[in-house]
Ligand binder design. Structure first.
Ligand code: CTP
Length: 407
C-alpha cells in the first residue's frame, strides 16, 4: 500500500550546511501547519547555521545527524533504512553544491546521504548557493543528472544572495517550498479538486429537552477520512453528529448536526454536487415518535417509548447519478460478509466497509480499526488491524481507483 500513498504526511527533511539553513525553522513550521509529520536529519555542517534545539522543538522529534549516537558507555544506531522507509517523501533544503555533488555520485559519508541512497519515496531538493557556484558547470551537471534520475527540484529563486551578489541561487521561501510539495504530491491524486461528502459520528434522537437515544460512535473514522481526503486535494463536506473532535484541514467544511433528520437534510442538500459520498456515520435507525417539550418526570411513569424509523440517508443516495461513487459502512455482529454484501446490493453502493464488533481493537471509540472492503463485484479485501488514519488511506486509495475506472 505504501507505494500508493500520495500525502506529504511523513516528511524526512534533510538540512545541509548553507546560509539558507536559517530559514529551516520556518520551513518546519510551514510543513507541520500543512499537516506533515517532520523528521529532521542534519549534516554536521548544518549545525553551524541553525541549532538542533529549535528544529527539534518545532518538529517535536529529536534531530538526527550521526549514524551512531554515542553516550557515555552507550551507542545507538540511527537506522537510515528505517528512516527512509518511514518517509512518504524526502526534502533536502537547503541543498548545497557539496551535497548535490555527493548525491550525484552516490557518496555516503553522513546520515543524510545514507537516507537519500535508501529512499524509495519521492525526493525533492531545494538548491541554495551563491551565483557562481550555481552557474558552475559541475553543479549544473550534477543537478541535471539528479533530475534525470527522478529527483525533483524546487527553486532556486533569483534575488540578493548572502555574498551581496544578485542572481539565481536563493533558496525558495518556506511557504513556497511547502506549496510546491503539496501541489506535486496532490497532483497525483484522482481526488484533487473533487467534492467529497462524508458523514461521521453518532446522531442523538431527542426524547425530551435533556434525554436522547444515541450510540457509542466517536466519529474518529469519519474525521480521519475527511483529513485524508482533504490532504489529497479534495473539497470535503463533513457532516457530523455530536463528537469531541476538531478538524484541521482548511479544505474541510464542517456542518454540525444533532439528529438523523438534520443529518439527512444537510447530506441530501449537498449530494447533487458530490462526486464521492462516504457515509461513516452511525445514524440512529429509530427515533421517539413524540418528543416532549418539557423534561419528563419520574411520576409520568413512562413504560414504553413509541419509536418511528428515521430516513435512511445511504439508501436515498442509492438513487445516485451515473458517475457518483457511493461508499457505505456496515457494522455487523453475525453473518457479517453475507449481510454486508446484501446491504451493498440493496443500497446500490460501489463499496462497503465492513466493521466487525467481534474483532478486538476495531469499531467504536478505538483509534484502530479492522475492516473488510467489499466492492460492487463482491470482491472482498481483508485489511489487518491498523490505525483509523491508515484505514482512511486504504478506503480512499480504493475510492480513487474506482473513480478513475468510472471516468
Ligand atoms: N445509514 C444512513 N442513514 C440511516 C442509517 C444508516 O445513512 N438512517 C448508513 C450508515 O452511515 C452506514 C450504513 O447506512 O453507512 C449502514 O448502516 P446500518 O444501520 O448498518 O444499515 P441498515 O441497513 O440499517 O442495517 P441493518 O438492517 O443491519 O440495521
Amino acid at each position: 500500500m505504501g507505494a500508493d500513498r500520495v500525502l506529504p504526511r511523513k516528511v524526512l527533511l534533510g538540512i545541509t550546511g548553507g546560509i539558507a539553513a536559517y530559514k529551516t525553522p520556518m520551513l518546519v513550521r510551514a510543513l507541520v501547519k500543512a499537516g506533515a509529520e517532520v523528521q529532521v536529519v542534519m549534516t554536521p555542517a548544518a549545525h553551524d547555521f541553525v541549532t538542533p534545539l529549535v528544529l527539534s522543538t518545532l518538529s517535536k522529534r529529536p534531530v538526527l545527524t550521526e549514524m551512531v549516537d554515542r553516550g557515555p558507555g552507550t551507542a545507538s544506531w540511527n537506522d537510515h533504512v528505517h528512516l527512509a522507509r518511514w518517509a512518504d517523501l524526502m526534502l533536502i533544503a537547503p541543498a548545497t553544491a557539496n551535497t548535490l555533488a555527493k548525491m550525484a555520485i552516490g557518496i555516503c559519508d553522513d546520515l543524510l546521504l545514507a537516507c537519500w541512497l535508501s529512499a524509495e519515496c519521492p525526493v525533492f531538493v531545494a538548491p541554495a548557493m551563491d551565483l557562481e557556484m550555481y552557474r558552475n558547470r559541475s553543479t549544473r551537471a550534477n543537478i541535471e543528472l539528479l533530475k534525470e534520475r527522478g529527483v525533483h527540484t524546487i527553486g532556486p529563486e533569483e534575488g540578493e544572495l548572502a555574498s551581496g551578489l544578485i542572481g539565481e541561487g536563493r533558496m525558495s521561501e518556506p511557504e513556497a517550498i511547502t506549496d510546491q510539495l503539496i501541489e506535486a504530491v496532490m497532483g497525483r491524486s484522482a481526488l484533487a479538486g473533487v467534492k467529497v461528502l462524508i458523514t461521521a459520528g453518532p446522531t442523538h434522537e431527542a426524547i425530551d429537552p435533556v434525554r436522547f437515544i444515541g450510540n457509542r460512535s466517536s466519529g474518529k473514522m469519519g474525521f480521519a477520512l475527511a483529513e485524508e481526503a482533504a490532504a489529497r486535494g479534495a473539497q470535503v463536506e463533513l457532516i457530523t453528529g455530536p463528537v469531541e473532535l476538531t478538524t484541521h484541514h482548511p479544505r474541510i467544511r464542517r456542518t454540525d448536526v444533532t439528529s438523523a433528520a438534520e443529518m439527512a437534510e444537510a447530506a441530501k442538500q449537498r449530494f447533487p454536487e458530490t462526486a464521492i459520498a462516504i457515509l461513516s456515520a452511525a445514524v440512529a435507525d429509530w427515533r421517539p415518535a413524540h418528543v416532549s417539550d418539557v423534561k419528563m418526570k419520574k411520576q409520568d411513569r413512562l413504560s414504553a417509548l413509541e419509536l418511528e424509523p428515521t430516513e435512511d440517508i445511504l439508501a436515498w443516495m442509492g438513487g445516485k447519478k451515473k458517475g457518483q461513487l457511493l461508499v457505505g459502512f456496515a457494522l455487523e455482529t453475525s453473518n457479517e460478509r453475507r449481510n454486508a454484501k446484501e446491504k451493498l446490493e440493496r443500497k446500490n453502493l460501489d463499496l462497503i466497509v465492513l466493521n466487525s464488533l467481534n474483532d478486538p481493537g476495531a469499531g467504536f471509540g478505538h483509534d484502530t480499526n479492522k475492516v473488510t472492503l467489499i466492492d460492487a463485484d463482491k470482491n472482498a479485501t481483508d485489511l489487518p488491524l491498523m490505525s483509523k488514519a491508515d484505514v482512511a488511506i486504504a478506503i480512499l486509495d480504493r475510492a480513487e481507483k474506482l473513480l478513475t475506472h468510472a471516468k
